[in-house]
Design a protein around this ligand. Sequence first.
Ligand code: GLA
Length: 716
Amino acid sequence: MSIRFLKNEKRFVINTKNTTYAFEIVFDRYLCHTYYGKRTSKLPAAKMTMLSFAPYIPELDEHKSPDVFAQECSFYGSGDFRPNALRLCTDGTGVTDFVYSSHRTFKGRLELDGLPAARADENTQTLEVTLKDSVSGCKLKLYYTVFADVDVISRYMVIENKGKKSVRIDKCMPMMLDIERSDLDMISLYGSHCHEVNFQRVPLHHGKQSVYSNRGASSHQYNPFVALCDHGATEQKGEVYGFNFVYSGSFLDEVDVDQIGRTRVLMGLGSECFSYTLEAGESFCSPEAVMTYSAAGIGKMSRNFHNFVRTYIMPPVSLEPHPVVLNTWEACYFDIDEEKLINFAKEAKKTGFDMLVMDDGWFGARDHDRAGLGDWFENRKKFPDGLASFVKKIKAEGVKFGIWVEPEMVNPDSDLYRAHPEWALRVAGREPLRSRHQLVLDMSNSEVVEYLIALFDKTFDGVDIDYFKWDMNRHMSNVGSSVLPEDKQGEVFFRYMKGVYRLFDWFVKRFPNAVIETCSGGGGRYDLGMMQYGIQIWTSDNTNPYDRTMIQSAAMIAYPAATMSCHVSDPHGDMRSLDYRYKVAVGGMLGYELNILKMSDEIKNKIAEQIKEYKTFDHIARLGDHYNLASPTKYGYSAYYYTTPTADEILLTVIEKADCKAGTTKLLKISAAQNDASYTDVRTGKQYSGQALRKGISVELLGERDSAHLYYFKKN
Ligand code: GLA
């Protein structure tokens, strides 16, 4: 059993393979957090103290205040002045006081009411703790679902309005963790379009520090992932707590260091882009957030999350080989038609590609990005015999077929918008702002979602599609819905996401043989919510291999290689650059995005060789364990390896940045190699003992443009 309740101590203990999480019921009312860390049976008792100015309940103990002890969930207004997890407005004040009422433990988990969530397997267990606010009659249920084998615990909350009046949730943070120390660094990922996920590590300071999105998408600007670690933590050493949110919309990650140097971590929907009214009898289920703990450095935290994401989040099909695609975007932009793409398919087949992906430009009046979004029917000028017939012809060439869609968007210059301007997010009396010449459809309006379902159902009926690339190319401003009353406008961000997930669910059911790659101008929705639907995510619109090295290296801190769609773009006839781009791209799931019709035979032959080689080792990155040896931001070069669980196969990559010093030799220790085994580097035939790999292989940096080194070690 990974979840236990010790009656005498009134203590909940959750054990995963390597970690323990514990909290206690104190005074039969408070949930007092006592421990999260390395697995142990020696648990500390709840620490309850007092400070001046801290409020208390005199009948209980005037020397103990909720402001001073570590809690499982704190509520606005009842004595804990730190940032709270829940602000529920039941009487205009926002004050509630939820107290422990009951709990139960069960196998598996409950559905999260239209939200993505980690899948349960036969070992999954859930703890449900129910609290009650006696004045309003509301119930709060806290859920802890345990994925013991990967050291991950998830949390979400359900609020039930059992009273007679409506109540409003003004802040909702399903993840809350109080840590008894603050000598920690905070790691987060910030960025912008084309420069996603830059690694940031800074010491915590007193006060609040946060990352967030107010954009309606998890965003390029801040990823929902955060970690806290010892100041001295490295890849291999130190304590690390990792957190992530299974959600794709606006979010808030708050970290607060309090007056006595304790740290509170909160993760959830926040308050700026969220409020939700519950009528009497209604309930609200939050998205879930996940946490992991590593006593063995950042690398172990990352591997915990990688295993968790692969096993419990991504669709099971993503464990199988991902198709090596040829995508038309950078090759053609909007200039596509049947004849051209059939020629693409012919060349793609000859070169060894699995699939042709027809990107933007195939529908409505989509000759540029100023028109057409929303009109999801094929452009007959480009595809005279229709989509089904075109796809048949593509398939006849021997490749699979993928297609681009951006369902959530509409161009003002489209038939859809002309017919239904009220279907775009907008605020009455205000002109909606545009971004990439487009507006966002009101996915909180079920009529819009049902319309899209009917439209795609018709357009793709009988079309043999193997793959959808699902894009989302702007953030939300003027967020308002024409179908919600004034007092419910604060719900639009959240209801929007539920509409989007509903449409994803429909796609998955309607096209069971197709897979999805998600995208939002590259990595604008690189999150665990999207990962539930897609076999991979388009990591960035930036395919420059130098930039990609930085982006991919940072993304790996939280997400497995199987999620990273990595394309080799046009090397402009430069064989060395082609090789470099390939070595960068095989760090994730390989694809190409170049005009195959304009490539020389030399380039095409090389690409064919690359694809062939990739297919011999792609399983190592897709399924294997990742070890980061050198981050490019810190060392000026990137070095990492993937290994199969028993280290029978190891893929080591070293990517030099443009400014590496020539002649420097780096000793790269493959500590996962088997000590008593011998290995062959399949690429060169060179022999290595496992011991030698563990001691370190010397790699000389060339310090030249486009230098990269790839080793594929196979146990003899
Ligand atoms: C976004 C995507 C690109 C491409 C274009 C098409 O920018 O990230 O890969 O699909 O849209 O408009």
